[in-house]
Design a protein around this ligand. Structure first.
Ligand code: FE2
Length: 297
């Protein structure tokens, strides 16, 4: 399966990265080649899900690994099934490292976009909620592989959040935003049935809830967009790493100079940085940047 099997017009999507949610409906069994409920059950009951690929969500919070750790990097026997039976959510992380069909999809999207791609599966019992309202610092493409889920969505409160600025994990919601979310109906609600693909741009606030009845399983394709700031940071890091190899630049600024206000050294280092930036070869940096963009984080 490739991006063109999921979205209607991949060329248009790549040319104009969507900034509003979009839904595409396919046949119910469309994503069976990626993951099925049967495979999820087999994984859960055979207890062969390594801890590195497993996350348990309890009442909207990620549990600490030691809370469910057994022996040899595996979960406590019966722990994952018991967690689901208690109505809680299980996440299989980085499925692209464990399943060839998912790996091919991740690689394909990575090649088309130039971005790092990670694919997680989320298993939530019918009628239950995995995560509470939050937003992510990357675009997500959600594939509903079993059951159905409703996604309540609010517009972003931070424009273009990144891991470094405005990330929900660090920032959370302000008291005013919490109050707003508590009393305001969602701007839109999207029902994802088996076979639905859903595009959620970064920053949109969401809380998915499994519809009553069947267990919901969806894949989240996290597409880690690279920003202009990220490219600038790559260039700055490149010259700082080069500077570190020069013993003269590793020499001390004398205490008398620092204590008096180091105007002279600031001026010289400013000129050094400007010069070093201008000396970077654009073509070489473009190639290094392209390669770095598909590496995780
Ligand atoms: Fe999310």
């Amino acid at each position: 399966m490739q991006l063109s099997d999921i979205v209607e017009d991949p060329a248009a999507l790549l040319a104009a990265w969507p900034v509003e949610p979009i839904q595409w409906q396919h046949a119910p069994d469309h994503f069976d080649g990626l993951l099925t409920m049967g495979e999820v059950n087999e994984w859960v009951d055979s207890e062969c899900l390594p801890l590195r690929n497993l996350e348990l969500v309890e009442d909207g919070r990620l549990m600490e690994r030691h809370e469910y750790q057994g022996n040899k990097g595996m979960p406590d026997p019966g722990r994952v099934r018991a967690h689901l039976a208690a109505g809680q959510t299980v996440s299989i992380r980085r499925l692209e490292t464990a399943k060839p069909s998912v790996s091919r999809l991740a690689r394909g999207i990575q090649e088309l976009t130039g971005y790092d791609v990670q694919i997680n599966a989320y298993v939530t019992p019918g009628g239950r909620q995995g995560f509470r309202y939050h937003y992510d610092p990357y675009a997500t493409l959600i594939l509903q592989v079993h059951g159905s889920k409703v996604w309540h969505v609010h517009p972003p409160v931070v424009e273009n959040p990144t891991l470094e600025h405005g990330d929900f994990q660090q920032r959370g919601f302000t008291p005013e935003e919490q109050e707003h979310l508590a009393v305001t109906p969602p701007a839109a609600s999207y029902v994802l049935d088996r076979g639905t693909a859903f595009w959620l741009p970064r920053g949109f606030i969401h809380a998915p809830i499994a519809e009553p009845g069947e267990t919901s399983v969806h894949l989240t394709i996290a597409i880690r967009e690279r920003t202009r700031h990220w490219v600038a940071a790559r260039l700055a890091t490149e010259i700082l790493n080069l500077a570190l190899t020069d013993p003269a630049l590793r020499s001390v600024v004398p205490p008398v100079e620092m204590a008096a206000g180091p105007a002279d050294v600031v001026g010289r280092m400013r000129a050094y940085l400007v010069g070093a930036l201008l000396q970077l070869d654009p073509a070489e940096m473009a190639e290094l940047t392209r390669r770095a963009a598909v590496r995780p984080a």
